[in-house]
Design a protein around this ligand. Structure first.
Ligand code: NAD
Ligand code: UD1
Length: 338
C-alpha cells in the first residue's frame, strides 16, 4: 500500500516525501508542477535512495486522478496541492477557489469512488485570523480571513469536516501549520519561490546571496516586544515528521482530528534577522516600511495537543532553521536550476 502525496514536488511536500520514505512508506507523488521543478525528484532520490512514483497531473483532472487510484494501491492521501500566494489570491480569487476548492472536491470525490477515505489536509494558522489570545489552541475560534487564500483553507476544513460527519468511514486530519522555514540538512532541497518572495525567510536568504538589496520590515509599531510582527516559525523537517506521525491517526473510527503544528515560541521579524545573521555570518540590511495589509501583530501555537496525541514535538530551534535555510540558498542561489 502507498501514500499518495498531492503537491509532493513542492516545498513542504518534498520534505514530507523524504520522511515518509525514510519511515518505510511507499510514496506516489502527484503534482502539476505549477509551482515546482521536476528536478526535485532526482534530489529526493539522492537523499533517500528510493524512487517515488511520479504523476504529472492536476487535482482538477478527474480522469488522471482515477487512473492513479486504479493503477496504484493507495491507502491514504496527504493533500498539499494548492496555490498559496496570499497577494496573488487577492488579485485572482477565482483561480484560487477553482484550484484549491474545485481541486480538493474533485480529489475527495475520486478518493471515495475508489474506496480511499483517509486524508491529511494542509491547513494554516491563517484560519485563526487575528487571535484574541496567544498561544492559540485548536479550540480557539476560527475567524474571518483577510484574503481568498485563507478562505480556501477555512472552507476546505469545513467541507472535509462535513463530509466526515456524513460518512464515518472517512478519517480526516486537519493540520494547521504555523510558519514553515528551513530546509533539509543536506542542502539539496528547499523552498524555491517564483519571482520576488512574499514570505520573510526566503526574502532574507535572497538578500543574503545578493539577489535582493535589502529587507523591507513591514511595520515596527505593533504591540509586540520590538514592534515588529511575531510568528511561530517551524522547521520544515519537523513539520514533515508531523505528517508521518499524523498518518498513524488515520485508523478506522478515528474520525476528525485537528492539530496545530508549531513550536509554541514566537519570534519577531528583527529577532529572525539577528538569528539569521548569527547563523550565516552575513549582514542583512533592512529598512522599516509601513505595515503590510492583512498582517496581524502576533500569532503562535499551543502545540500541546500534537504532543499529547501524536507524540510529536518540533525538535529544531531557530538556529537550525536559519542555518538550514542558508545552506540551501547558498548552495542553490537559483533553486533547482543550478
Ligand atoms: P508549494 O507551492 O511549494 O507546494 C504546493 C505544490 O502543489 C506545488 O508543487 C504545486 O506545483 C502543486 N499544485 C498546485 N496546484 C496544483 C493542482 N491543481 N494540481 C496538482 N498540483 C498542484 O507550497 P508549500 O509551501 O509546500 O505548501 C503546501 C501546502 O501547505 C499548501 O496547501 C499550502 O497552502 C499549505 N500551507 C503552506 C504554508 C507555508 O507557509 N508554506 C503554511 C500553511 C499552509
Ligand atoms: C503568510 C500568510 C499565511 C500563509 C503564510 C505562509 C497572511 C496574512 N498570512 O503568513 O496565510 O500561510 O504566509 O505562506 O498573509 N515580513 C516582513 N518583510 C517581508 C516579509 C514578511 O517584514 O518581506 C514580516 C511580516 O509582516 C510578518 C512576518 O514577517 O510579520 C512573517 O511574514 P510571512 O513570512 O509572509 O508569513 P505570515 O504573514 O505569517
Amino acid at each position: 500500500m502507498a501514500i499518495l502525496v498531492t503537491g509532493g514536488a513542492g516545498y513542504i511536500g518534498s520534505h514530507t516525501v523524504v520522511e515518509l520514505q525514510q519511515a518505510g512508506h511507499e510514496v506516489v507523488i502527484l503534482d502539476n508542477l505549477s509551482n515546482a521543478d521536476e528536478r526535485v525528484l532526482q534530489r529526493l532520490q539522492a537523499i533517500t535512495g528510493k524512487a517515488a512514483t511520479f504523476y504529472r497531473a492536476d487535482i482538477r483532472d478527474r480522469k488522471a486522478l482515477s487512473e492513479v487510484f486504479e493503477k496504484e494501491k493507495i491507502e491514504s492521501v496527504i493533500h498539499f496541492a494548492g496555490l498559496k500566494a496570499v497577494g496573488e489570491s487577492v488579485e485572482k480569487p477565482w483561480e484560487y477557489y477553482d484550484n484549491n476548492i474545485t481541486g480538493t472536491l474533485t480529489l475527495v470525490d475520486e478518493m471515495r469512488r475508489h474506496g480511499v477515505k483517509n486524508i491529511i489536509f494542509s491547513s494554516s494558522s491563517t484560519v485563526y485570523g487575528e487571535p484574541d489570545a496567544v498561544p492559540v489552541t485548536e479550540e480557539s475560534p476560527k475567524k474571518a480571513c483577510t484574503n481568498p487564500y485563507g478562505w480556501t483553507k477555512s472552507m476546505l476544513e469545513q467541507i472535509l469536516s462535513d463530509m466526515q460527519a456524513a460518512d464515518h468511514e472517512w478519517n480526516v486530519v486537519l493540520l494547521r501549520y504555523f510558519n514553515p522555514i528551513g530546509a533539509h540538512r543536506s542542502g539539496t532541497i528547499g523552498e524555491n519561490p517564483n519571482g520576488i518572495p512574499n514570505n520573510l525567510m526566503p526574502y532574507i536568504t535572497q538578500v543574503a546571496v545578493g539577489k535582493l538589496k535589502e529587507l523591507n520590515v513591514f511595520g515596527d509599531d505593533y504591540p509586540t516586544k520590538d514592534g515588529t510582527g511575531v510568528r511561530d516559525y517551524i522547521h520544515v523537517v519537523d513539520l514533515a515528521k508531523g505528517h508521518v506521525k499524523a498518518l498513524a491517526k488515520l485508523t478506522p473510527g478515528s474520525g476528525l482530528n485537528i492539530y496545530n503544528l508549531g513550536t509554541g515560541t514566537g519570534y519577531s521579524v528583527l529577532e529572525i534577522v539577528k538569528n539569521f545573521e548569527e547563523a550565516s555570518g552575513v549582514k542583512i540590511p533592512y529598512v522599516i516600511r509601513p505595515r503590510r495589509a492583512g498582517d496581524i501583530a502576533c500569532n503562535y501555537a499551543s502545540a500541546e495537543k500534537a504532543k499529547r496525541e501524536l507524540g510529536w514535538v518540533a525538535e529544531n530551534g531557530i538556529r537550525e532553521m536559519c542555518e538550514d535555510s542558508w545552506r540551501w540558498q547558498k548552495n542553490n542561489p537559483n533553486g533547482y536550476a543550478d
